[in-house]
Design a protein around this ligand. Structure first.
Ligand code: GLN
Length: 534
């Protein structure tokens, strides 16, 4: 097993995850098995309890683990399926050290960061990737110099001594700002962050410079000289239009030759398949617009997998998708007269409406209003998880005439609880990792639109919810035209809904955005995007 560690310098948000995934993609396209691990130095066990404002989207894996969105980047770039062990957090590391201490496993020793915490980190990294691949990409979240990341850097330093030199590589991703007055690429922040890395006893093998323009030769030479790497080991990761281009950019920078030599690999095959996929994403001609109605529209990272899934489907349909972000809270404000937000104009401009998942009542009225618009106007609609539940509420209110219809999550005392807590969830008090999560099987009704889309009568998709369609209302909803064409194996749990007589009105209780891949879009997204073209 060869390890490629990826650290970050200067500041967060540089796209370190995409860089890490891209290095993995280069190696994978050349015939190696590649896996990836993300280390998040926060004390939460997982990001499942965090607001998307804190950390972007919570990504869900097939095993039901709620993990950092970078695991989505790894799954999409590497076309692999990962498990919860591939997201190591300080919360998990400390929990296991403390549990072992309580169990008496440390045999009377004082339990310390070094060696006990660092040993735990090393063993969690190793056991996540062991026997799984030829190369493991291990990305350390945060920025070098943070107190939180110290134990991880120390663990990597120890691993460097434990591994043969050709099995260890350290890539440091930094920012190269351009001073706008003179247009000069500045290397000082990189120099400082490398010297901070050196204080931990580590030295980078490769420096990836994030910059808005391609790094000039002179900039690379300066970084090489001051940071003690060779010029071939300074790679430009300048801004590109499309994130899937990054492996191609790094390849042009000589990443492949460098990795081959440094890791003592002999690589065959090539990136041409990937390049074709990038071409299909970038070369799409038809322009289509999707209104995404959400609560976190200022922060696109909150809906990262949805944006990617639309892109994957667009590429297959020859369409490039523009997303019109619609602020659900402002729709609400407008309905109550406190705001003036011409949401109808945006919805009209859009070729279709997508309402993503979410929690809590803020903005839900605005999402319901957007669903009403899509249902009545005949524009293609896709509702995911909360979006599926709100479509049921909208229909119950405006078609069945159940004015008070609501979800008990959003209004606990509602007289018409069309969405209610899953029976097995009623007694659950802990918030972390307790929802109905991960892969679950859905039986798809023959002859339905869903059956057409999937071309199969059984599908497995990833879930993350605590509420569901209340079985008491199903007969009424179906008689009025809302058909549940996907159900779980017991037929008690509604998974897919479709609206009779509407060109494309589909909701899923699950999250199809987590299984969409470049070149292989999820069928639900493909159906939705195909419908946008009319
Ligand atoms: N809040 C809803 C539930 O728990 C929907 C969750 C979601 O959209 N992921 O069921």
């Amino acid at each position: 097993m060869k390890y490629v560690f990826v650290t970050g310098g200067v500041m967060s948000g540089l796209g370190k995850g995409v860089t890490a995934a891209s290095i993995g993609r280069i190696l994978k396209s050349h015939g190696l098995d590649v896996t990836a691990v993300k280390v998040d130095p926060y004390l939460n066990i997982d990001p499942g309890t965090m607001s998307p404002y804190q950390h972007g989207e919570v990504y869900v894996l097939k095993d039901g683990s709620e993990v950092d969105l970078d695991l989505g980047n790894y799954e999409r770039f590497l076309n692999v399926e990962l498990t919860g062990d591939h997201n190591i957090t300080t919360g998990k590391v400390y929990r296991s050290v403390i549990e072992r201490e309580r169990a008496g496993d440390y045999l009377g020793k004082t339990v310390q960061i070094i060696p006990h915490v660092t040993d735990e980190i090393k063993s969690e990294i190793r056991s996540a990737v062991e026997d799984e691949a030829d190369v493991a990409i291990v990305e350390i979240g945060g920025t070098v110099g943070d107190i939180e990341s110290m134990p991880y850097l120390e663990a990597i330093r120890q691993m460097r001594n434990e591994l043969p030199p050709e099995d260890f590589l350290l890539v440091h991703v930094t920012l190269v700002p351009v001073l706008s007055v003179v247009g000069e690429q500045k290397t000082k922040p990189t120099q400082h962050s490398v010297s901070e890395l050196r204080e931990t006893g580590l030295a980078p093998d490769v420096i990836v410079g994030r910059c808005n323009a391609r790094l000039e030769e002179e900039t690379k030479e300066k970084i090489a000289l001051f940071c003690d790497v060779t010029v071939e080991a300074v790679w430009s990761a300048h801004d590109v239009e499309e994130i899937y281009e990054v492996p191609l950019v790094l390849n042009e920078e000589g990443a492949l030759e460098y990795l081959e030599r440094r890791l003592d690999l002999s690589l065959d095959e090539d990136l041409s398949g990937w390049a074709e996929m990038v071409e299909s994403v970038k070369g799409a001609e038809e322009e289509l617009r999707v209104a995404v109605v959400g609560k976190y529209v200022q922060l696109e990272d909150s809906y990262h997998s949805i944006v990617e899934s639309l892109k994957h489907a667009g590429a297959v349909c020859g369409a490039s998708l523009e997303i019109l972000w619609v602020d659900a809270e402002r729709i609400e404000g407008t309905l109550s007269g406190e705001d003036e937000y011409d949401y109808e104009e945006i919805l009209e401009e859009a070729d279709g409406v997508l309402v993503p998942g979410g929690f809590g009542s803020r903005g839900s009225g605005g999402k319901i209003e957007a669903i009403r618009y899509a249902r009545e106007s005949g524009k293609p609609f896709l509702g995911l998880c909360l979006g599926f539940q709100l479509a049921v509420i909208e229909f119950a209110r405006n078609v069945l005439g159940l004015d008070g219809a609501h979800s008990t999550e959003l209004e606990p005392g509602t007289p018409e609880p069309v969405i209610d807590v899953l029976p097995e969830q009623a007694e659950v008090d802990d918030m972390g990792g307790t929802m109905r999560l991960g892969d679950q099987r859905t039986i798809v009704m023959p002859g339905s639109l869903a059956n057409d889309l999937y071309g199969s009568s059984e599908v497995v998709e990833r879930h993350r919810h605590r509420y569901e369609v209340n079985p008491r209302y199903i007969a009424q909803l179906e008689i009025a035209g809302m058909k549940f064409t996907g159900k779980d194996e017991t037929a008690r749990r509604m998974e897919i809904l479709e609206l009779e007589g509407h060109p494309f009105f589909v909701g899923t209780q699950y999250h199809p955005e987590f299984t969409s891949r470049p070149g292989k879009p999820n069928p639900v997204f493909l159906g939705f995007v195909s419908a946008l073209g009319g």
